[in-house]
Design a protein around this ligand. Structure first.
Ligand SMILES: *[C@@H]1O[C@H](CO)[C@@H](O)[C@H](O)[C@H]1NC(C)=O
Ligand SMILES: *[C@@H]1O[C@H](CO)[C@@H](O)[C@H](O)[C@H]1NC(C)=O
Ligand SMILES: *[C@@H]1O[C@H](CO)[C@@H](O)[C@H](O)[C@H]1NC(C)=O
Length: 149
């Protein structure tokens, strides 16, 4: 925690020391930690969401040549990992997901699951194995070799 706090202080000092004269002050993002570093004279900010929240938007931000932040500040939304998405299918756990939560996937009728039928939310806010997709089984049939159709 002390480390993050020091990063925050150094970050704020960097921001106020250089780019801040030009770029507007950054608003704090709820449930996040902000780390800034000086990369070749340019201030690069990185937002990291706290445990239990995931980032929506761009993780890094910098003060660009027109003295504007290159992208809007991100948000940290409830749920340790991003909300799972499975078009033409369903998954076992809707709603906010906790770290180490496992979900399983199932495709609708006439769709075939490509990828893993389960995934786990990890400490680093990612789903592993990656989320699968549901492919139309019709699409598969069209792709088969002519002599086998
Ligand atoms: C700086 O960022 C703003 C906001 O995204 C954008 O409108 C502008 O074109 C950018 N300027 C440069 C030089 O990239
Ligand atoms: C996440 O974990 C907390 C604490 O263990 C629990 O209270 C909450 O119900 C969990 N949320 C979900 C969506 O499982
Ligand atoms: C996931 O796939 C494995 C192997 O293909 C299978 O044994 C298992 O029952 C499947 N689990 C679910 C929840 O569909």
């Amino acid at each position: 925690m002390l480390f993050w706090f020091m990063c925050y202080l150094v970050g704020m000092w960097l921001i106020s020391g250089s780019a801040a004269q030009s770029c507007p002050d950054l608003l704090p993002v709820d449930n996040s930690i902000f780390v800034a570093e000086d990369v070749n004279g340019q201030v690069l900010g990185t937002y990291v969401c706290l445990a239990g929240y995931h980032l929506v938007g761009e993780k890094t931000i910098f003060c660009n040549a027109s003295k504007e932040w290159n992208t809007p500040t991100p948000k940290c939304h409830l749920g340790h990992c991003p909300d799972p998405v499975l078009v033409n299918g369903e998954f076992s756990s809707p709603g906010p997901v906790n770290v180490t939560d496992k979900i399983t996937f199932k495709c609708n009728e006439h769709y075939i699951l490509k990828g893993s039928n389960w995934s786990q939310c990890l400490e680093d806010h990612t789903w592993v194995p990656p989320l699968p997709v549901c492919k139309s089984s019709k699409y598969n049939r069209n792709k088969c070799k002519p002599q086998r159709c």
